[in-house]
Design a protein around this ligand. Sequence first.
Ligand SMILES: *Cc1c(COP(=O)(O)O)cnc(C)c1O
Length: 237
Amino acid sequence: MDILFYLCLLIQPVTTMGIEENYRHIRNILPVSVHLVSVSKNRDVNDIMTLYRNGQRIFGENKAQELITKQPLLPSDIQWHFIGHLQTNKVKYIAPFIHLIESADSIHLLSEINRQALKNQRIIDCLLQMYIASEETKFGLTPEEAAVILSSPEYKSMTNIRIRGVMGMASLTEDHDRIRKEFRMLKDTFTHLHSTFFAGIESFSDISMGMSGDWTIAVEEGATMVRIGSAIFGERT
Ligand SMILES: *Cc1c(COP(=O)(O)O)cnc(C)c1O
């Protein structure tokens, strides 16, 4: 074999490492109690199957159209999480199979999820997406808005959704202290909502926070679920 070939292997940067190696590396350092959502947006079914064969079952998508295109092509025991901004007119397409909607951010959306869940004779699990970043472009509720929703008669009458916790995205920054503060804020909100609206309810238990660049901080701050895309699949093109 060509000596140059081996030299190239040795100096290969981390980003071109295989999907399997990236995945196993993260699995090895992620505490077993933390759920790993592998974010497969913009990835093809072959890449998803590579992870599936390695035992991964939870995948996250942020566009309804992309999700409903891929879902029928992939094994039915995959647990699909919806992690992007969800328009109410798209809920009906994902309602038959979605495992968790992580991005519920209005009473209007929750009401439509409840309606479609009822039609499909199922309960749909949701997380409340909270606004924790200091970036105007991000979606999410303030703690006050979440409290208004959870106190409303409309929410209380919804029989077919189950709110399992909160989700948030930290600011896109290199400032780790700021990211840590934002995650801590989300954990505090979770704790407050738990004691105020979900006391004694075991299913309210999830804090989804942390992505490729900040998931280790999120785990330190109490994440029960991390959403990782590019650190597994490589940079998105
Ligand atoms: C894309 C995305 C992720 C994953 O981002 P990476 O940086 O690729 O890990 C996580 N959460 C949400 C809501 C996303 O849209």
